[in-house]
Design a protein around this ligand. Structure first.
Ligand code: UFG
Length: 328
């Protein structure tokens, strides 16, 4: 298939591009490089542009005879979305609508969309099934939730095929360290812990140790970024017109913040000094996926099940790019 990947220079998007190419698809990356990295995509595939530019986007889709879209282009920081919601409504929602409009104008009717656990808010049951109520508690989660709802309407009215894949905690990197996670500012647990291991930071602050969990720290479901990419590929290949799939992507096992840090110490062989800080607002104590539906619908089995194995790939990237891609 001929696929347009929006945000294909970002963390999850760049791994999806690689998986699509490996499978023999023709791929174009549409990215404004505001948060993505030029070095994370093959140069000849990159089309520089903003998804808010409906006309350009529609022309690209027509010229390249695009058959499906994988949509990753979005901001994805919970805290930032609370501090500056306009960024999220403009970039994730308004620009997202522009993307859907460009698809309509150029008769592209298949989309795989990068959604999130943050659409659930604070879950009543864990592991979280897809039919759990979606009550996002921050603008980031709300914009992703709205986009999911738009996909329902577009599929019904225009016969589109759509998959919204709700990631839990995307983690890890390509095993050879050639692609990985490079955010500025970095806010995620594993890259921060590895930056401490590299000596780029003095310590890691644990956001609260008084949660009702086995060791008092938050529990998350860390899913390897290449496993996420494989799930996107399977969704793209299996989706049929008028189908809308909403699927959780996690491994179904939770690790506490302390367990993740311990894995980072073990993998790197470096001490990682920590300090207990206050809770971070908006952090639910436990988020673990019930991902049986994705396994069934996509025939998906995550290859990475152990946190040490996931961290080892992230460490390979951090050693190869200790200061990130350095392409800004
Ligand atoms: N944490 C720390 N110290 C840090 C950074 C993180 O203790 O310096 C803790 C957090 O409190 C949390 C866990 O480590 O308990 C994981 O935090 P991350 O920031 O790595 O990931 P989140 O679980 O906050 O975020 C993920 C996705 C978001 C998504 C969110 C849904 O990255 O896109 O889950 O809740 F919105």
């Amino acid at each position: 298939m001929r696929i347009l990947v929006t945000g294909g220079a970002g963390y999850v998007g760049s791994h999806a591009v690689r998986a699509l190419l490996r499978q023999g698809h023709e791929v174009w990356v549409y990215d404004n490089l505001s948060r993505g990295h030029r070095r994370a995509v093959p140069e000849e595939l990159l089309i520089f542009g903003d998804i808010s530019d409906t006309r350009h986007l529609a022309a690209v889709m027509r010229d390249r005879q695009i058959e499906a879209v994988m949509h990753f282009a979005a901001y994805a920081l919970v805290g930032e979305s609370v501090a500056d919601p306009a960024l999220y409504y403009v970039n994730n929602l308004a620009a997202g609508i522009s993307l859907l409009e460009a698809m309509r104008q150029s008769d592209v009717s298949k989309i795989v969309f990068s959604s999130t656990t943050a659409t659930y808010g604070i879950p009543e049951t864990v592991p979280i099934p897809e039919q759990a109520p979606q009550r996002p508690i921050n603008p980031y989660g709300f914009t992703k939730y709205c986009f999911e709802r738009m996909l329902d309407d577009y599929a019904r009215a225009y016969g589109w095929a759509a998959a919204a894949l709700r990631y839990f905690n995307a983690a890890g990197a390509a095993a050879d360290g050639s692609l990985g996670e490079d955010h500025d500012p970095e806010t995620h647990l594993i890259p921060l812990a590895l930056q401490v291991a590299l000596g780029r930071r003095d310590e890691l602050v644990i956001f609260g140790d008084d949660y009702p969990t086995q060791d008092g720290t938050c529990v998350r479901d860390y899913v390897h970024v290449e496993d996420l990419a494989e799930a996107h590929l399977a969704a793209l290949e299996r989706l049929q017109p008028r189908q809308v799939w909403k699927l959780n992507l996690g491994i179904g096992v939770g690790y506490s913040v302390r367990q993740v840090i311990e894995a980072c110490r073990h993998v790197t062989g470096h001490p990682i000094p920590t300090r207990i800080g206050p809770r971070r607002p908006g952090d639910p104590p436990v988020l673990v996926a019930d991902s049986r539906l994705a396994r069934e619908m996509l025939g998906w089995t995550p290859r990475y099940q152990k946190i040490e194995d996931i961290v080892a790939t992230a460490w390979a990237f951090h050693r190869r790019f200790p200061r990130g891609y350095e392409d800004r």
